[in-house]
Each structure stands twice: as C-alpha cells, then as structure tokens.
Design a protein around this ligand. Structure first.
Ligand code: SF4
Length: 268
C-alpha cells in the first residue's frame, strides 16, 4: 500500500496534519484498550477456511457464517473439494448465508482457480489474492492480516463510516480510505485497527444511532452528538453480535473491557 504523507495533505477536520495524526493514534489506543480481545469474528483454522468464510460473509453477519462453516469445512477440506463440488449439495450447506447460488458459484470458481494456478494453496500476497474470482481488496486484506500475519486495513462498511465520523478521512472510496487511514496509523497496527474499528462500529457506533453517551472515544470524535448522548439511553443502544440476547457486560466474556468497568463504576 502506498502511504500518503500526512504532512502534505489538508485534513478533513481543518486541524493540522500533526494534530490529526496524534488524535488518530490516541483514538486507536483507546479503542485497543476497550476491545483488546478484538479478532476476526469469522471462525477458521486455515487460510482457505478464512477465504471461504469471508466470501460467505457478504451481505450477512459473521455469526451467521460461523453457523454453517463447521459442516462446510468438514465436507470440503481443500481447494480441490470446492473445485469438484456438487453444486446442489454446496448450495444447501451455505443457503442460510443468503445469495447462496452466487456464493456457490464463487466458491467453485475459487477452488478451481486455486487448484489451477496455485497448486491448491491460498497465496499470501495481495497482488495474487485479488486475481482470484470473488476476491476483492477487502477480502484479500482480511486473509492477509488474519491468516498470514501481513498487516492490512479492511475497509468494510463499519470501518469506512467510523473513519469518516472520526474525521480521519472524507473519502467514500474504500481504497482511498485505506490509503488515508494507513498514513495516520503505523503499519504494524493496521490489522488490529481494522478489528477494533469494526468492533466499535458493530457494538456502539452504529450507522443510524451511535451510542455517543457511552463511547470511550467521545472526547476524540468530531461527530460526538450525532447519536444519543444521554448515557443511560446510549447504553441501551449497545449491541453485541457475538452473543445476541445476553446482557452487557457479560457478553464481553472472558475479556473484561475498560469500557465495561467504567460503566460499572459510573453506574451506567
Ligand atoms: S462519539 Fe459517537 S459518533 Fe463518535 S465514535 Fe463515538 S459513538 Fe461514534
């Protein structure tokens, strides 16, 4: 990824490039402290499984994908199995994720391309990954960051929205967002940055009603006030995709968060 020099471009908020960089890094640190356990929410054990799960995650939730992948991965253990898949059987297995005909098509083509061009292995380079059928830059960065340990920024709908609300970019185009944010945050942090922004977007900074009143980065966010600022009302807006229905903060599971602790202290 090319990184634009932050010092050479005007900032969306009018603050100096240095101030923007400092604020972005501070925001990242707070979000990292809030969601230190953030990981890719798709279940996988190999690069191929993550690639397949990411293809399936289009237009649905990671929780929904995780429900179908155990049986899918058991039935199709390698790229050759997808290449030779019986279409009807594959469709039935992935049907709950929606758009199952198109996704079946994508998985069979993906398996075929991996067998024909990469000896059945998932390549570990962006320029190779994006040549695979159904694999765009977002999917490629998910796979690179999480299965290969290569830092990557994953600009999904949450990431783009938050980067704009936080005033890190004014761009809508995901590639431009990736480049502008990549210039603000050190490369080594790109994968974790993607996780924590996506976590925050799913849990508190929602598209329609962000829970600003309980947001850990409220003092660093130019969009504070776009959502509910009353803490008690804002807390009711918090959502957790991993365990729907469970009460906050138990949903955070084994990993206690600074945010939950703060809320407990404040009696929110
Ligand atoms: S203050 Fe509001 S808009 Fe800004 S990041 Fe927090 S929830 Fe989102």
């Amino acid at each position: 990824m090319s990184t634009l020099d932050p010092a050479s471009r005007p900032t969306p908020t009018g603050e100096s490039p240095l101030a923007l960089t400092r604020r972005a890094r501070r925001t990242y640190r707070v979000l990292h402290d809030t969601y230190p356990y953030a990981i890719a929410e798709l279940d996988f054990t190999t690069p191929l499984e993550l690639l397949v799960a990411t293809v399936l995650s289009a237009q649905t939730t990671d929780v929904g994908v995780n429900k179908v992948t155990p049986a899918l991965f058991a039935r199709y253990p390698d790229a050759a199995a997808y290449a030779a898949a019986d279409r009807t059987e594959l469709e039935e297995l992935i049907r709950p994720t929606g758009f199952y005909r198109a996704k079946t098509d994508a998985l069979i083509k993906l398996g075929t391309a991996l067998v024909e061009r990469y000896d059945g292995q998932v390549p570990g380079r962006l320029k190779d990954l994006v040549t695979l059928p159904g694999v765009g830059r977002k999917t490629a960065n998910v796979v690179l960051g999480n299965a290969f340990g290569v830092p990557g920024i994953t600009v999904d709908t949450h990431f783009g929205r938050l980067a704009r609300r936080l005033g890190w970019t004014a761009e809508d185009d995901p590639v431009k967002v990736e480049h502008e944010v990549g210039a603000l945050i050190p490369r080594k942090d790109w994968t974790m940055l993607s996780h924590v922004l996506i976590y925050h977007g799913r849990r508190l900074c929602h598209a329609r009603k962000p829970a600003c009143g309980v947001c850990p980065v409220a003092t660093l966010c130019p969009a504070y006030g776009e959502g509910e600022t009353d803490p008690a009302k804002a807390r009711r807006l918090a959502k957790f995709e991993l365990a729907p229905g469970a009460p906050w903060p138990q949903r955070l599971g084994e990993a206690p968060s600074g945010l939950a602790a703060r809320w407990a202290e404040e009696g929110v």
